[in-house]
Ligand binder design. Structure first.
Ligand SMILES: Cc1cc2nc3c(=O)[nH]c(=O)nc-3n(C[C@H](O)[C@H](O)[C@H](O)COP(=O)(O)OP(=O)(O)OC[C@H]3O[C@@H](n4cnc5c(N)ncnc54)[C@H](O)[C@@H]3O)c2cc1C
Length: 337
Protein backbone atom coordinates (compact mmCIF):
# COMPACT_ATOMS: atom_id res chain seq x y z
CA UNK A 1 0.00 0.00 0.00
CA UNK A 2 1.27 3.48 -0.80
CA UNK A 3 0.80 6.47 1.41
CA UNK A 4 -1.21 8.80 -0.83
CA UNK A 5 -3.06 11.93 0.06
CA UNK A 6 -6.03 11.77 -2.30
CA UNK A 7 -6.68 15.49 -1.71
CA UNK A 8 -3.63 16.25 -3.84
CA UNK A 9 -5.14 14.54 -6.86
CA UNK A 10 -7.80 16.10 -9.03
CA UNK A 11 -9.38 16.03 -12.50
CA UNK A 12 -10.56 13.27 -14.77
CA UNK A 13 -8.18 12.50 -17.63
CA UNK A 14 -8.99 10.76 -20.87
CA UNK A 15 -6.26 9.56 -23.20
CA UNK A 16 -7.08 10.51 -26.80
CA UNK A 17 -5.44 7.88 -28.96
CA UNK A 18 -4.27 8.98 -32.38
CA UNK A 19 -2.43 7.17 -35.17
CA UNK A 20 -1.50 8.93 -38.42
CA UNK A 21 -4.07 11.66 -37.74
CA UNK A 22 -6.88 9.18 -37.10
CA UNK A 23 -8.41 9.20 -33.61
CA UNK A 24 -9.63 5.87 -32.25
CA UNK A 25 -13.40 6.05 -31.70
CA UNK A 26 -13.06 4.79 -28.13
CA UNK A 27 -11.41 8.11 -27.20
CA UNK A 28 -14.61 10.02 -27.97
CA UNK A 29 -16.63 7.36 -26.15
CA UNK A 30 -14.51 7.81 -23.04
CA UNK A 31 -14.81 11.60 -23.23
CA UNK A 32 -18.60 11.31 -23.30
CA UNK A 33 -18.69 8.95 -20.32
CA UNK A 34 -16.08 10.93 -18.40
CA UNK A 35 -18.17 14.11 -18.63
CA UNK A 36 -20.57 12.75 -16.03
CA UNK A 37 -17.70 11.62 -13.79
CA UNK A 38 -16.17 15.11 -13.91
CA UNK A 39 -19.57 16.69 -13.23
CA UNK A 40 -20.05 14.40 -10.26
CA UNK A 41 -16.66 15.21 -8.75
CA UNK A 42 -16.80 18.89 -9.73
CA UNK A 43 -13.45 18.59 -11.50
CA UNK A 44 -12.15 19.36 -14.99
CA UNK A 45 -12.33 16.91 -17.83
CA UNK A 46 -8.84 16.83 -19.30
CA UNK A 47 -7.85 15.16 -22.57
CA UNK A 48 -4.33 13.95 -23.05
CA UNK A 49 -2.88 13.87 -26.56
CA UNK A 50 0.53 12.36 -27.35
CA UNK A 51 1.84 12.31 -30.90
CA UNK A 52 3.39 14.43 -33.65
CA UNK A 53 1.59 17.34 -35.37
CA UNK A 54 -1.45 16.72 -33.22
CA UNK A 55 -2.78 20.23 -32.61
CA UNK A 56 -5.79 19.42 -34.75
CA UNK A 57 -6.48 16.37 -32.58
CA UNK A 58 -6.36 18.60 -29.48
CA UNK A 59 -8.92 20.95 -31.05
CA UNK A 60 -11.15 18.01 -31.82
CA UNK A 61 -10.87 16.87 -28.19
CA UNK A 62 -12.15 20.28 -27.10
CA UNK A 63 -15.06 20.02 -29.52
CA UNK A 64 -15.89 16.60 -28.02
CA UNK A 65 -16.11 17.91 -24.48
CA UNK A 66 -12.64 18.35 -22.94
CA UNK A 67 -12.29 21.42 -20.69
CA UNK A 68 -8.54 21.32 -21.10
CA UNK A 69 -6.18 19.41 -23.37
CA UNK A 70 -2.58 18.55 -22.53
CA UNK A 71 -0.51 17.99 -25.66
CA UNK A 72 2.90 16.32 -25.87
CA UNK A 73 3.97 16.85 -29.48
CA UNK A 74 7.26 15.46 -30.80
CA UNK A 75 8.65 13.29 -33.58
CA UNK A 76 9.67 10.72 -30.98
CA UNK A 77 5.98 9.78 -30.61
CA UNK A 78 5.46 8.91 -34.28
CA UNK A 79 4.80 6.05 -34.87
CA UNK A 80 3.57 4.67 -31.55
CA UNK A 81 6.07 2.87 -29.35
CA UNK A 82 5.30 1.75 -25.82
CA UNK A 83 8.41 3.15 -24.14
CA UNK A 84 8.25 6.83 -25.19
CA UNK A 85 4.48 6.95 -24.78
CA UNK A 86 4.57 5.24 -21.41
CA UNK A 87 7.41 7.41 -20.14
CA UNK A 88 5.80 10.68 -21.26
CA UNK A 89 2.43 9.69 -19.85
CA UNK A 90 4.00 8.59 -16.55
CA UNK A 91 5.88 11.87 -16.20
CA UNK A 92 2.71 13.87 -16.80
CA UNK A 93 0.68 11.80 -14.37
CA UNK A 94 3.31 12.22 -11.66
CA UNK A 95 3.67 15.96 -12.25
CA UNK A 96 -0.03 16.83 -12.60
CA UNK A 97 -1.61 14.27 -10.25
CA UNK A 98 -4.94 13.44 -11.91
CA UNK A 99 -7.49 11.63 -9.76
CA UNK A 100 -8.89 9.41 -12.52
CA UNK A 101 -7.25 8.35 -15.80
CA UNK A 102 -9.22 6.53 -18.50
CA UNK A 103 -7.55 4.80 -21.45
CA UNK A 104 -9.19 2.89 -24.32
CA UNK A 105 -8.75 -0.87 -24.09
CA UNK A 106 -7.13 -0.94 -27.55
CA UNK A 107 -3.88 -2.71 -28.43
CA UNK A 108 -2.07 0.56 -27.73
CA UNK A 109 -3.89 1.37 -24.49
CA UNK A 110 -3.38 -2.10 -23.08
CA UNK A 111 0.23 -1.98 -24.17
CA UNK A 112 1.30 1.10 -22.26
CA UNK A 113 -1.24 1.49 -19.40
CA UNK A 114 0.80 -0.81 -17.17
CA UNK A 115 3.95 1.19 -17.92
CA UNK A 116 2.24 4.19 -16.37
CA UNK A 117 0.41 2.47 -13.54
CA UNK A 118 3.22 0.40 -12.06
CA UNK A 119 5.91 3.08 -11.55
CA UNK A 120 3.26 5.62 -10.51
CA UNK A 121 1.81 3.18 -7.94
CA UNK A 122 -1.60 3.79 -9.50
CA UNK A 123 -4.51 1.39 -9.21
CA UNK A 124 -5.29 0.02 -12.68
CA UNK A 125 -8.42 -1.95 -13.60
CA UNK A 126 -8.19 -3.46 -17.08
CA UNK A 127 -10.89 -4.01 -19.68
CA UNK A 128 -13.81 -2.35 -17.88
CA UNK A 129 -17.31 -2.26 -19.29
CA UNK A 130 -18.87 0.25 -16.85
CA UNK A 131 -17.52 3.10 -14.74
CA UNK A 132 -18.95 5.34 -12.06
CA UNK A 133 -17.70 7.41 -9.15
CA UNK A 134 -18.94 7.52 -5.55
CA UNK A 135 -19.45 10.57 -3.31
CA UNK A 136 -15.80 10.41 -2.16
CA UNK A 137 -14.46 10.45 -5.72
CA UNK A 138 -13.61 6.75 -5.64
CA UNK A 139 -13.79 5.23 -9.12
CA UNK A 140 -16.10 2.22 -9.39
CA UNK A 141 -14.63 0.22 -12.26
CA UNK A 142 -16.80 -2.69 -13.36
CA UNK A 143 -15.69 -5.62 -15.46
CA UNK A 144 -16.63 -9.26 -16.01
CA UNK A 145 -14.75 -11.54 -13.63
CA UNK A 146 -14.44 -15.27 -12.88
CA UNK A 147 -14.84 -16.31 -16.51
CA UNK A 148 -17.56 -13.74 -17.05
CA UNK A 149 -19.99 -15.23 -14.56
CA UNK A 150 -20.10 -12.12 -12.36
CA UNK A 151 -19.65 -8.42 -12.88
CA UNK A 152 -17.04 -7.25 -10.36
CA UNK A 153 -16.74 -3.68 -9.10
CA UNK A 154 -13.11 -2.86 -8.46
CA UNK A 155 -12.04 0.13 -6.40
CA UNK A 156 -8.57 1.41 -5.64
CA UNK A 157 -9.22 3.57 -2.58
CA UNK A 158 -5.62 3.63 -1.40
CA UNK A 159 -4.03 4.58 -4.70
CA UNK A 160 -3.96 7.59 -6.97
CA UNK A 161 -4.45 8.06 -9.78
CA UNK A 162 -7.24 5.57 -10.29
CA UNK A 163 -6.70 4.18 -13.77
CA UNK A 164 -8.88 2.04 -15.99
CA UNK A 165 -8.74 0.72 -19.52
CA UNK A 166 -12.20 0.57 -21.05
CA UNK A 167 -13.44 -1.61 -23.85
CA UNK A 168 -14.19 0.10 -27.15
CA UNK A 169 -17.84 0.23 -28.15
CA UNK A 170 -19.51 0.14 -24.73
CA UNK A 171 -20.37 3.85 -24.51
CA UNK A 172 -21.95 6.36 -26.87
CA UNK A 173 -19.50 8.66 -28.62
CA UNK A 174 -19.28 12.32 -27.55
CA UNK A 175 -20.84 14.47 -30.27
CA UNK A 176 -18.63 17.09 -31.92
CA UNK A 177 -19.58 20.69 -31.06
CA UNK A 178 -17.29 22.78 -33.29
CA UNK A 179 -17.96 26.04 -31.38
CA UNK A 180 -16.99 24.64 -27.97
CA UNK A 181 -14.11 26.40 -26.28
CA UNK A 182 -11.39 24.86 -24.15
CA UNK A 183 -7.82 25.39 -23.14
CA UNK A 184 -4.99 23.69 -25.05
CA UNK A 185 -1.64 23.45 -23.28
CA UNK A 186 1.55 22.13 -24.88
CA UNK A 187 3.60 20.36 -22.21
CA UNK A 188 7.32 19.65 -22.01
CA UNK A 189 8.40 16.50 -23.81
CA UNK A 190 10.52 14.48 -21.39
CA UNK A 191 11.47 11.70 -23.80
CA UNK A 192 14.50 11.70 -26.04
CA UNK A 193 15.06 9.43 -29.04
CA UNK A 194 18.50 8.54 -27.65
CA UNK A 195 16.90 7.06 -24.51
CA UNK A 196 14.33 5.05 -26.44
CA UNK A 197 14.99 1.35 -26.47
CA UNK A 198 12.87 0.41 -29.46
CA UNK A 199 13.16 1.27 -33.14
CA UNK A 200 10.46 0.72 -35.75
CA UNK A 201 12.10 -0.99 -38.74
CA UNK A 202 8.96 -1.71 -40.71
CA UNK A 203 5.26 -1.01 -40.36
CA UNK A 204 2.63 -3.38 -41.57
CA UNK A 205 -0.29 -1.17 -42.51
CA UNK A 206 -2.57 -4.08 -43.40
CA UNK A 207 -4.19 -3.71 -40.00
CA UNK A 208 -7.16 -5.89 -39.19
CA UNK A 209 -10.48 -4.14 -39.42
CA UNK A 210 -11.84 -2.68 -36.21
CA UNK A 211 -15.38 -4.04 -36.10
CA UNK A 212 -16.27 -1.68 -33.24
CA UNK A 213 -16.20 1.15 -35.79
CA UNK A 214 -18.44 -0.61 -38.34
CA UNK A 215 -21.91 0.78 -39.12
CA UNK A 216 -23.10 -2.53 -40.50
CA UNK A 217 -22.08 -6.04 -39.49
CA UNK A 218 -22.89 -9.51 -40.78
CA UNK A 219 -21.84 -12.04 -38.13
CA UNK A 220 -21.20 -15.73 -38.71
CA UNK A 221 -21.96 -18.40 -36.12
CA UNK A 222 -21.66 -22.14 -35.72
CA UNK A 223 -24.36 -22.62 -38.38
CA UNK A 224 -21.99 -21.65 -41.20
CA UNK A 225 -20.05 -24.86 -40.54
CA UNK A 226 -16.79 -23.45 -41.84
CA UNK A 227 -18.17 -21.91 -45.04
CA UNK A 228 -18.04 -18.13 -44.83
CA UNK A 229 -18.80 -17.50 -48.51
CA UNK A 230 -22.52 -16.72 -47.98
CA UNK A 231 -21.62 -14.38 -45.11
CA UNK A 232 -19.02 -12.52 -47.14
CA UNK A 233 -21.35 -12.15 -50.10
CA UNK A 234 -24.15 -10.76 -47.93
CA UNK A 235 -21.68 -8.44 -46.19
CA UNK A 236 -20.45 -7.15 -49.56
CA UNK A 237 -23.99 -6.53 -50.73
CA UNK A 238 -24.71 -4.56 -47.56
CA UNK A 239 -21.34 -2.80 -47.50
CA UNK A 240 -20.87 -4.36 -44.06
CA UNK A 241 -17.98 -5.84 -42.07
CA UNK A 242 -17.84 -9.54 -41.26
CA UNK A 243 -17.81 -10.56 -37.59
CA UNK A 244 -18.36 -13.82 -35.74
CA UNK A 245 -19.46 -15.65 -32.62
CA UNK A 246 -16.89 -17.31 -30.41
CA UNK A 247 -17.80 -20.70 -31.84
CA UNK A 248 -16.71 -19.55 -35.32
CA UNK A 249 -13.49 -18.15 -33.87
CA UNK A 250 -12.75 -21.22 -31.75
CA UNK A 251 -13.23 -23.44 -34.80
CA UNK A 252 -10.59 -21.34 -36.60
CA UNK A 253 -12.95 -20.18 -39.36
CA UNK A 254 -12.28 -16.50 -38.70
CA UNK A 255 -9.74 -14.40 -36.81
CA UNK A 256 -10.26 -13.57 -33.13
CA UNK A 257 -10.22 -9.80 -33.70
CA UNK A 258 -13.68 -10.17 -35.29
CA UNK A 259 -15.30 -11.95 -32.33
CA UNK A 260 -18.34 -10.25 -30.83
CA UNK A 261 -19.34 -10.84 -27.24
CA UNK A 262 -18.31 -10.90 -23.67
CA UNK A 263 -14.80 -12.10 -24.40
CA UNK A 264 -14.76 -10.44 -27.81
CA UNK A 265 -15.66 -6.94 -28.95
CA UNK A 266 -18.67 -4.85 -28.05
CA UNK A 267 -20.25 -3.41 -31.18
CA UNK A 268 -23.12 -0.99 -31.70
CA UNK A 269 -23.73 -0.81 -35.47
CA UNK A 270 -26.88 0.49 -37.12
CA UNK A 271 -27.41 -3.01 -38.57
CA UNK A 272 -26.35 -6.38 -37.10
CA UNK A 273 -27.18 -9.51 -39.08
CA UNK A 274 -26.65 -12.64 -36.95
CA UNK A 275 -26.34 -15.64 -39.26
CA UNK A 276 -26.40 -19.16 -37.80
CA UNK A 277 -25.86 -17.74 -34.31
CA UNK A 278 -27.89 -19.27 -31.48
CA UNK A 279 -28.01 -16.15 -29.28
CA UNK A 280 -26.05 -17.25 -26.21
CA UNK A 281 -26.00 -14.62 -23.47
CA UNK A 282 -22.26 -14.11 -23.88
CA UNK A 283 -22.75 -13.26 -27.55
CA UNK A 284 -25.73 -10.99 -26.89
CA UNK A 285 -23.63 -8.98 -24.46
CA UNK A 286 -21.48 -7.78 -27.34
CA UNK A 287 -24.24 -6.81 -29.80
CA UNK A 288 -27.29 -5.88 -27.72
CA UNK A 289 -26.90 -2.16 -28.45
CA UNK A 290 -27.15 -2.57 -32.23
CA UNK A 291 -29.90 -0.39 -33.71
CA UNK A 292 -31.48 -3.04 -35.93
CA UNK A 293 -30.87 -6.77 -35.45
CA UNK A 294 -31.74 -9.31 -38.15
CA UNK A 295 -31.42 -13.00 -37.27
CA UNK A 296 -31.17 -15.83 -39.78
CA UNK A 297 -31.46 -19.28 -38.22
CA UNK A 298 -33.02 -22.59 -39.19
CA UNK A 299 -34.25 -23.23 -35.64
CA UNK A 300 -37.43 -21.21 -34.95
CA UNK A 301 -36.78 -21.58 -31.21
CA UNK A 302 -33.24 -20.16 -31.31
CA UNK A 303 -32.94 -17.55 -28.51
CA UNK A 304 -31.50 -14.99 -30.97
CA UNK A 305 -35.01 -14.42 -32.34
CA UNK A 306 -36.08 -12.96 -28.98
CA UNK A 307 -33.48 -10.25 -29.44
CA UNK A 308 -34.03 -9.57 -33.15
CA UNK A 309 -36.10 -6.88 -34.84
CA UNK A 310 -36.46 -9.09 -37.91
CA UNK A 311 -36.16 -12.89 -37.97
CA UNK A 312 -35.78 -15.18 -40.95
CA UNK A 313 -36.28 -18.88 -40.21
CA UNK A 314 -34.45 -20.82 -42.86
CA UNK A 315 -31.25 -22.40 -44.08
CA UNK A 316 -28.56 -19.71 -44.20
CA UNK A 317 -27.09 -21.27 -47.33
CA UNK A 318 -30.34 -20.44 -49.13
CA UNK A 319 -31.34 -17.25 -47.31
CA UNK A 320 -28.02 -15.39 -47.51
CA UNK A 321 -27.51 -15.77 -51.28
CA UNK A 322 -31.16 -14.86 -51.92
CA UNK A 323 -30.86 -11.72 -49.77
CA UNK A 324 -27.52 -10.81 -51.34
CA UNK A 325 -28.94 -11.22 -54.83
CA UNK A 326 -31.91 -8.99 -54.02
CA UNK A 327 -29.60 -6.36 -52.50
CA UNK A 328 -27.17 -6.51 -55.40
CA UNK A 329 -30.05 -5.50 -57.65
CA UNK A 330 -30.80 -2.38 -55.59
CA UNK A 331 -28.47 0.63 -55.61
CA UNK A 332 -27.98 1.63 -51.99
CA UNK A 333 -29.58 -0.48 -49.30
CA UNK A 334 -31.06 1.80 -46.63
CA UNK A 335 -31.44 0.76 -42.98
CA UNK A 336 -34.37 2.19 -41.03
CA UNK A 337 -34.71 1.37 -37.35
C1 LIG B 1 -16.96 -17.22 -20.19
C2 LIG B 1 -17.53 -17.34 -21.57
C3 LIG B 1 -17.33 -16.33 -22.47
C4 LIG B 1 -17.88 -16.41 -23.77
N1 LIG B 1 -17.69 -15.36 -24.64
C5 LIG B 1 -18.29 -15.42 -25.85
C6 LIG B 1 -18.19 -14.34 -26.77
O1 LIG B 1 -17.48 -13.33 -26.54
N2 LIG B 1 -18.84 -14.42 -27.94
C7 LIG B 1 -19.61 -15.51 -28.28
O2 LIG B 1 -20.20 -15.50 -29.38
N3 LIG B 1 -19.71 -16.56 -27.44
C8 LIG B 1 -19.06 -16.54 -26.25
N4 LIG B 1 -19.15 -17.62 -25.44
C9 LIG B 1 -19.72 -18.86 -25.99
C10 LIG B 1 -21.23 -18.89 -25.96
O3 LIG B 1 -21.68 -19.38 -24.73
C11 LIG B 1 -21.75 -19.83 -27.08
O4 LIG B 1 -21.17 -21.09 -26.94
C12 LIG B 1 -21.45 -19.31 -28.49
O5 LIG B 1 -21.85 -17.98 -28.62
C13 LIG B 1 -22.19 -20.17 -29.50
O6 LIG B 1 -21.90 -19.73 -30.78
P1 LIG B 1 -22.96 -19.89 -31.95
O7 LIG B 1 -24.29 -19.43 -31.51
O8 LIG B 1 -22.39 -19.27 -33.17
O9 LIG B 1 -22.91 -21.47 -32.23
P2 LIG B 1 -23.90 -22.61 -31.86
O10 LIG B 1 -24.27 -22.61 -30.44
O11 LIG B 1 -23.28 -23.85 -32.43
O12 LIG B 1 -25.22 -22.28 -32.67
C14 LIG B 1 -25.34 -22.40 -34.07
C15 LIG B 1 -26.70 -21.90 -34.49
O13 LIG B 1 -26.78 -21.96 -35.90
C16 LIG B 1 -28.02 -22.53 -36.29
N5 LIG B 1 -27.81 -23.23 -37.55
C17 LIG B 1 -27.16 -24.40 -37.78
N6 LIG B 1 -27.14 -24.67 -39.10
C18 LIG B 1 -27.79 -23.67 -39.73
C19 LIG B 1 -28.13 -23.38 -41.08
N7 LIG B 1 -27.73 -24.19 -42.09
N8 LIG B 1 -28.82 -22.27 -41.34
C20 LIG B 1 -29.23 -21.44 -40.37
N9 LIG B 1 -28.94 -21.65 -39.06
C21 LIG B 1 -28.23 -22.75 -38.74
C22 LIG B 1 -28.40 -23.45 -35.14
O14 LIG B 1 -29.81 -23.58 -35.07
C23 LIG B 1 -27.86 -22.69 -33.93
O15 LIG B 1 -28.83 -21.81 -33.41
C24 LIG B 1 -18.62 -17.56 -24.16
C25 LIG B 1 -18.80 -18.58 -23.24
C26 LIG B 1 -18.28 -18.49 -21.96
C27 LIG B 1 -18.51 -19.60 -20.97
Amino acid sequence: MTDVNSEEYEDVWVFVEEHDGEVMGVSWELLEEAKSLAEETGEDLVALVIGHDVHDVAERAVSRGADRVLVADDEVFEPYRADPYGEQFRAMVEARKPSIVLIGGTHTGRDFAGRVAVPSHAGLTADCTEIDVDDDGVLQARRPAFGGNVLATIICEEHRPQMATIRPGVFESAPAEPDREGQIEHVDVVVDEADTLTEVLERNTNETVDITEADRIVAAGGGVDGDLAPIRRLADALDAEVAASRRAVDEGWIEGSRQVGQTGKTVRPELYVAVGISGAVQHLEGMNDSDVVVAINNDPNAPIFEHADYGIVGDLFEVCPALAEALEETDTPEVTP
